[in-house]
Design a protein around this ligand. Structure first.
Ligand code: FE2
Length: 257
């Protein structure tokens, strides 16, 4: 069953330019997120069917990214479309899900998890099971965002030059959100380095002990904290932020069962 979904996914992506770095990035991201989902689901001792469902959600969660890039040439939702809702619409309104041969009994959970995967906060009214699958994909996605950002480089990812990134100042509201220990609202981010602080702050949102340990063990989060700025104020903020990461890493290891 996994093979069929992987083949259908490869087949879908083959109509886009896999030589394009950004397409390639989302292709690799998808496989990594699905693997993270599976590992988190296993840590929660879910049934084999639910471990598979978590993996399947991982495989489909960013399906909207490819068409978003083709139509708008950007991954920035604010400048284009909400990629999560767009992906869910492609799958469940335009019928793309049929290519993946998912069991129809799983449609509602897959759609809910995809629609909610990049929201700042989960909506009210989800039941316990919906909340769990949403949290699994949200954690799995964040963990691989650390890798993708490190490997791609922030400058390339946000269409800015290395110089703009290294010289830029942190917006005070962005750093406040980091100090308060939660994710940064997109609307607060104004400068290139705000995107880095915003991504680093995602560590505070990881729900499951396995997710926090995975983020530490994969090592990309730590590497992101080592970004060096030419702006002295930004550098002192990054130094203070790295101390917070050290605490986070210690706790992640200590609290993992
Ligand atoms: Fe996404």
């Amino acid at each position: 069953m996994k093979d069929k979904i992987c083949t259908a996914f490869k087949d879908y992506v083959s109509s886009y330019d896999l030589q394009d770095t950004k397409i390639r990035l989302k292709y690799v991201h998808t496989g990594r997120v699905a693997a993270n989902c599976e590992q988190i689901a296993r840590s929660l001792v879910l049934s084999p069917e639910d471990v598979f469902l978590a993996w399947e959600i991982g495989m489909l969660h960013d399906i909207g990214r490819f068409e978003q890039l083709r139509r708008y040439d950007t991954f920035i939702d604010a400048d284009s479309i909400d990629h999560a809702a767009f992906g869910a619409d492609l799958l469940f309104q335009d019928g793309l899900i049929r290519r993946f041969e998912a069991d129809t009994s799983r449609y509602i959970m897959i759609e809910t998890a995809i629609r909610c995967h990049s929201l700042y906060r989960l909506p009210e009214g989800l039941d316990e099971r919906e909340t769990m699958f949403c949290q699994i994909i949200r954690d799995a996605d964040k963990i691989d965002i650390f890798r993708a950002n490190y490997e791609t480089g922030m400058a390339a990812l946000y269409n800015v030059t290395e110089k703009e990134l290294a010289d830029s100042a942190v917006t005070p509201e962005v750093y406040n959100a980091f100090c308060e220990g939660h994710a940064v609202l997109r609307s607060l981010k104004k400068t290139p380095i705000d995107h880095l602080i915003g991504h680093l702050s995602l560590m505070f949102e990881l729900v499951y002990p396995e997710s926090r340990l995975l983020a530490v063990e994969q090592g990309y989060l730590e590497k992101l904290f080592q970004f060096s700025s030419r702006n002295p104020e930004t550098q002192s903020i990054l130094d203070a932020a790295e101390k917070k990461y050290r605490e986070f890493a210690r706790e992640a290891v200590r609290l993992h069962p």
